[in-house]
Design a protein around this ligand. Structure first.
Ligand code: UDP
Length: 237
């Protein structure tokens, strides 16, 4: 087996990633393409936990800005992450991987409840653990859920897989002269307002020395990262 730089990882996917070129919902072909990339690192023997956002379906903050009660809207956002998690589970299982969705909001007909020790056991057995429903609490985000799960499941790092190659000084989709950072400190991303993750998530990661690697989810990048290549932007220290 190849030598792995990261033995246990927390992969954070935004909900929007699952929508593909559409702005909304789940595009099954895109989910399969993302899962093919994920499959490569599971085959290498990485113990993998995944946290998926829900922004492709519902965002609590946006709905509360239009008058909805914030907590009710956030619970809807968390339910959206469960739908995304089940979609990713389906695609990974079709690729032959054993998976479990563990939800922070109990819905036992759909998935297991999130229990840390159970999650760890699944990881040890080589099952991909998909952590659904964020932290289970309103007013949080799935970035914070990713950091929280990353820490309690003793992951070596969080990989935030995106459509771009790393963290840039400005939006590379809009500015052709945008420059990518290779390394950043946690606080530097906050001070420079680089939007790597929300401030709660970044602070939590910083206080617990959890590195965050931002990289492109396609083109074998996550696999190369796991095998020790310098890929994307590493946020640490
Ligand atoms: N959410 C929440 N608590 C959490 C995680 C998520 O209330 O711990 C809600 C919140 O409304 C958020 C939505 O779920 O807008 C979807 O999550 P997020 O915006 O983080 O998804 P992403 O932007 O990664 O797709």
């Amino acid at each position: 087996m190849s030598k792995l730089k990261y033995k246990r990882l927390l992969l954070k996917l935004s909900g929007e990633a699952l929508a593909g070129d559409n702005k909304f919902g789940i595009d099954p072909a895109t989910v399969v393409a993302i899962c093919a990339e994920i499959s490569e690192i599971v085959k290498l023997g990485v113990e993998l936990a995944i946290v998926i956002g829900g922004g492709n379906i519902f965002r609590g903050l946006a709905a509360s800005a239009k008058g909805m009660d914030r907590s009710s809207a956030d619970y809807m956002g968390m339910l959206a992450t469960v739908m995304n998690s089940v979609a990713v589970q389906d695609a990974l299982e079709k690729l032959g991987h054993s998976t479990r969705v563990l939800s922070a909001i109990t819905m036992q007909e759909v998935c297991e409840p999130y229990v840390r020790r159970r999650a760890e056991r699944h990881l040890e057995k080589g099952r991909v653990v998909i952590c659904a429903a964020g932290t289970g609490n309103p007013y949080f985000t799935t970035d914070t859920a990713a950091t929280l799960r990353g820490m309690e499941l003793k992951c070596d790092a969080i990989v935030k897989a995106t459509k771009v190659d790393g963290v840039y000084d400005k939006d590379p989709m809009k500015f052709s002269d945008a420059v990518m950072f290779h390394e950043l400190g946690h606080m530097e991303t906050v001070n420079k307002q680089l939007g790597v993750m929300d401030n709660t998530a970044i602070t939590l990661a910083m206080e617990n020395n959890l590195p965050i690697i931002v990289c492109n989810m396609f083109g074998g990048n996550i696999r190369r990262l796991v095998l020790g290549e310098k890929v994307g932007t590493i946020v640490q220290g």
